[in-house]
Design a protein around this ligand. Structure first.
Ligand code: DQA
Length: 142
């Protein structure tokens, strides 16, 4: 079974982007950690990143079309703005886990609303790269 891991805007900059907030791991580092754990769990990972909102919408549809077991989604700033991503999650039956490296509730007011969180099965936030690994553990039990 495959778990899609979808990453939104600016997450390609991980490693150098505000490391005091997001840590020093790059997205490739996180992919490596996920792949190691996925192997133990008997899962496959399909990890992607885009700075474009529509790509996330298309990939959510694709996750369902391909029969993915689940989707781990870090929407980046689209979390707080995108009704289109919200509706895409609502529009598929594939369960979606919202993840964040940081804890948006402990940050600026404009990060306190999550359109993704309103549509997702659940949310894991604030544990850095480990948020993704915890989400994979959850997806393995779907
Ligand atoms: C983020 C939190 C968002 O508020 C922010 O816009 C990001 C990263 C996180 O993983 O902590 O780009 O999704």
């Amino acid at each position: 079974a495959t778990v899609f891991v979808l990453n939104g805007p600016n997450l390609n900059l991980l490693g150098t982007r505000e490391p005091e907030i997001y840590g020093h791991d790059t997205l490739d580092d996180i992919a490596g950690q996920l792949e190691d754990r996925a192997r133990d769990l008997g899962l496959e990972i399909d990890m992607r990143q885009s700075n474009h909102e529509g790509h996330l919408v298309d990939w959510l549809h694709e996750a369902q079309a391909r029969g993915a077991k689940g989707v781990i989604l870090n929407g980046g700033a689209f979390t707080h703005t995108s009704i289109a991503v919200h509706d895409a999650i609502k529009g598929i039956r594939t369960p979606v886990i919202e993840v964040h490296l940081s804890n948006p509730h402990a940050r600026e007011e404009f990060r306190h609303i999550s359109y993704i969180g309103r549509a997702a099965k659940g949310t894991i936030a604030g544990f850095g790269a480990q948020s993704y690994l915890l989400a994979l553990e959850a997806a393995a039990r779907f």
